[in-house]
Design a protein around this ligand. Structure first.
Ligand SMILES: Nc1ncnc2c1ncn2[C@@H]1O[C@H](COP(=O)(O)OP(=O)(O)OP(=O)(O)O)[C@@H](O)[C@H]1O
Length: 245
C-alpha cells in the first residue's frame, strides 16, 4: 500500500529550478531517510509533496482537502514554532483535531513514546528547543496517520533522545505506518532507516537500502565527503571523515 506517491515532481522557486522529475513511493513498514546537502531541496520536496508550495508533476497528497490530508499525514516542519503557551499535554492533544475527538488513548501513548511524562504540565513555550521538538513530535504521533513526515526531527536532540526518537519511528514502521524524514546525521540515517533517498544536483541521485546509497562514489558526488563505515554485531556504523578532494 502506498501512503505517498510522487510522479515527476518538480519545484521552481523564484525562477530557479530546485529539483525536477522526482518519482517516489512510500509505503507501509518503511522509515525513509531523505538526505542531501544544504539547499538540495529536502524541505521543498516535502512541502511540495504536501501541497504547501506550488509544483509541477503529481503528489498523491497535494490534491487532498486540508481535512483529508490531516488524516493521511502528520507533518513536523523544521521550524519548531509553538504559538501559544499551552501545557504540553494540551499541545499533544491538538493532534486529535483532524479526528474531531478527544481520545485520550493516543494522546497518552504519544506522551509516553516521547518521554514527556515529567513535562506534561509545563507550558510548551517554556521548554528547551529539544523538549519542544519532542512535544511537537508527540502531537504528530497523536494524529495517528498512516504517514508521518518530519523535517530534521532529531536536530537539537541529545544523543539519547535522538536514538529514542529514531526507535519510535522504527516502532511506527513495525506497526505498519510509513515514515519520511529529512536527516543530516547520516550515521543515524544509516543505522535506523530502512531506505535512503539522496537528493542532490537537482534530482533524486539514489534511492535504496542505506548500504547502497552510502557508497563511496555517491557520498563523494552527493556530499563531497569520504566516510568510514563498518558492519558491527549492533548494526552499521557510519562516520563522515574528510571532505573529498
Ligand atoms: N521561498 C523561497 N524562495 C526562493 N528560494 C527558496 C525558497 N525556499 C527555499 N529556497 C531555495 O531552494 C533551495 C532548496 O531549499 P530547501 O530548504 O528545500 O533545501 P534543504 O535541502 O532542505 O536545505 P537544508 O539542508 O539547508 O535545510 C535552496 O537553494 C533555497 O535557498
Amino acid at each position: 500500500m502506498s501512503f505517498l506517491s510522487l510522479q515527476k515532481l518538480s519545484v521552481t522557486l523564484r525562477g530557479r529550478e530546485v529539483f525536477s522529475d522526482i518519482t517516489l513511493e512510500i509505503g507501509a513498514h518503511e522509515v525513509v531517510g531523505l538526505i542531501g546537502p544544504n539547499g538540495a531541496g529536502k524541505t521543498s520536496l516535502m512541502r511540495a509533496a504536501l501541497g504547501l508550495i506550488p509544483s509541477r508533476g503529481e503528489s498523491s497528497l497535494a490534491g487532498l482537502t486540508p481535512q483529508q490530508r490531516a488524516k493521511a499525514v502528520a507533518w513536523m516542519p523544521q521550524a519548531r514554532e509553538i504559538a501559544w503557551p499551552v501545557k504540553v499535554e494540551d499541545l499533544v492533544a491538538l493532534g486529535r483535531l483532524p479526528h474531531g475527538d478527544h481520545a485520550q488513548g493516543p494522546v497518552e501513548a504519544a506522551i509516553a513514546k516521547m518521554g514527556l511524562e515529567g513535562l506534561r504540565k509545563r507550558r510548551s513555550t517554556n521548554l528547551s528547543g529539544g523538549e519542544q521538538a519532542r512535544a511537537l513530535l508527540a502531537r504528530a504521533l497523536a494524529q495517528e496517520t498512516p504517514l508521518l513526515m518530519a523535517d530534521e526531527p532529531t536536530a537539537g536532540l541529545d544523543p539519547a533522545h535522538q536514538i529514542a526518537t529514531m526507535e519510535v519511528f522504527g516502532a511506527l514502521a513495525a506497526e505498519g505506518h510509513g515514515v519520511l524524514l529529512s536527516l543530516h546525521d547520516i550515521g543515524l540515517a544509516a543505522r535506523h532507516c530502512t531506505r535512503l533517498v539522496l537528493l542532490a544536483e537537482g534530482r533524486l541521485l539514489a534511492d535504496g537500502p542505506p548500504e547502497e546509497v552510502l557508497s563511496d562514489e555517491l557520498l563523494a558526488r552527493g556530499f563531497g565527503i569520504t566516510a568510514y563505515h563498518a558492519q558491527t554485531p549492533d548494526g552499521p556504523v557510519f562516520q563522515p571523515m574528510h571532505r573529498a578532494r
